[in-house]
Design a protein around this ligand. Structure first.
Ligand SMILES: Cc1cc2nc3c(=O)[nH]c(=O)nc-3n(C[C@H](O)[C@H](O)[C@H](O)COP(=O)(O)O)c2cc1C
Length: 374
């Protein structure tokens, strides 16, 4: 019988699947529904100290492709396939005081489920570093199991917040150190994918004392322009600002980010996020070395907290171990990271024998024409 439980940063999970910090975890009601549905843990919507007012109109839309056609649009319509979510939602618009009492109540009612509080403050001065500590202590006193520091929100104007922290190695270390000074519980850090080599920011973050790194948040991006109206498909009075792309489109991108880190730090702990809606998707992160996997977009589109998604993840993982029983794999620990070493430098990938080489032209490969000479 497969054992779906796992221990990650010292915290015991009944299964490794979590709701990521986002609308599915924006309230105590949602979080408790998610636990009932079977999620092993959740990361709360990011909690901050400054007042938050979101833009007028929708905060998230979903980009879909027509089946059998190449039209891409956010317009809701039948016979389409989901490509991505796009959002410009800010962190929780409920103040810290709103969360106090609710976090402890969730933990009291679901002691065996994992509750991680996502927090965010600025980092430009000592007052802001104290704000990180204030948030950390307040959530810790509520009995949460761990903290996730948000260094990854892609739409912040402030240069000392969100992904701007995750792009600055010094700030990654300094803020993590400030939180570790007061934290008695594990500290995870959610890094932005919007850097050239995330392993460098990961190194700085681990140097600051982080217990784990989560990635990816959404990718900086724009909504498409409607070819008829010439307006961005998502705008307020005609204006748009860069927001974040999530969902299926980012799975391969986020895998590459995770691999940059797990190949460099095989003994460290990582939580994989981005584009997961089935166990087959989640498996990618596990085989690359992640110990937990987080989900947002797929859960938003499945009754807001993903009851069918978690059923698929748990069922898929159970089936996987049954299918591979002959290999002796019984738990996540047996398969974690077993494909990490298959990622090598391009020059180490085998070339064909001289006789088999047709100068790169080979009609049998999709997208390439046969070599024709004139
Ligand atoms: C509407 C929306 C709001 C989000 N809010 C937060 C947030 O407050 N804090 C955070 O760390 N990530 C936030 N995220 C990012 C998600 O947690 C996740 O990293 C991202 O969506 C990629 O996962 P997915 O492909 O499963 O959606 C948000 C994502 C969406 C779509």
């Amino acid at each position: 019988m497969a054992d779906l439980s796992t221990t990650f940063t010292g915290i015991r999970f009944e299964n490794p699947f979590m709701l990521a910090s986002a609308p599915p975890t924006e309230s105590d009601a949602n979080i408790m529904r998610a636990f009932e549905a079977g999620w092993g843990g959740v990361v709360t919507k990011t909690i901050g100290l400054h007042p938050v007012v979101n833009v007028k109109g929708p905060k998230t839309k979903f980009l879909r492709a027509d089946n059998g056609d190449s039209r891409l649009s956010m317009t809701k319509r039948p016979n389409t396939t989901l490509m991505a979510s796009w959002n410009w939602e800010l962190i929780s618009d409920k103040p810290l005081d709103w969360w106090i009492g609710k976090l402890s109540n969730i933990k009291k009612q679901y002691p065996n489920k994992v509750l991680i509080a996502s927090i965010m403050a600025g980092s430009g001065n000592d007052k802001e570093l104290n704000n990180w500590q204030k948030l950390a202590k307040a959530c810790q006193d509520e009995g949460v199991d761990g903290l996730e520091l948000n260094f990854s929100c892609p739409h912040m104007d402030r240069v000392d917040m969100g992904s701007n922290v995750g792009k600055d190695k010094v700030l990654c270390s300094v803020v993590t150190m400030a939180v570790k000074e007061v934290a008695k519980i594990p500290v995870w850090v959610k890094l932005t994918p919007a850097t050239s080599n995330i392993a460098e920011e990961a190194e700085a973050t681990f140097r600051g004392g982080a217990d784990a790194i989560s990635t990816s948040n959404t990718w900086p991006s724009l909504p498409l322009i409607d070819p008829d109206t010439l307006e961005f498909e998502m705008n307020v009075e005609g204006f748009v600002s860069p927001g974040g792309l999530g969902g299926p489109a980012i799975l391969p991108l986020a895998m590459a980010k995770v691999a940059q880190m797990t190949t460099k730090f095989p003994d460290k702990e990582f939580s994989g996020i981005g584009g997961v809606s089935t166990f087959a998707h989640a498996l990618n992160y596990i085989l690359l070395g992640c110990g937990t996997v987080q989900v947002c977009t797929a859960a938003m589109l499945d009754h807001a907290i993903g009851p069918n998604v978690i059923r698929n993840l748990i069922g898929g993982m159970t089936d996987f171990f049954e299918k591979h029983a002959d290999k002796g794999w019984k738990s996540l620990a047996d398969i974690r990271g077993i494909r990490r070493d298959r990622i090598v430098a391009h020059s180490q990938i085998k070339r064909p024998e001289q006789l088999d080489y047709h100068g790169g032209y080979d009609e049998e490969h999709e997208g390439y024409a046969a070599l024709t000479t004139t």
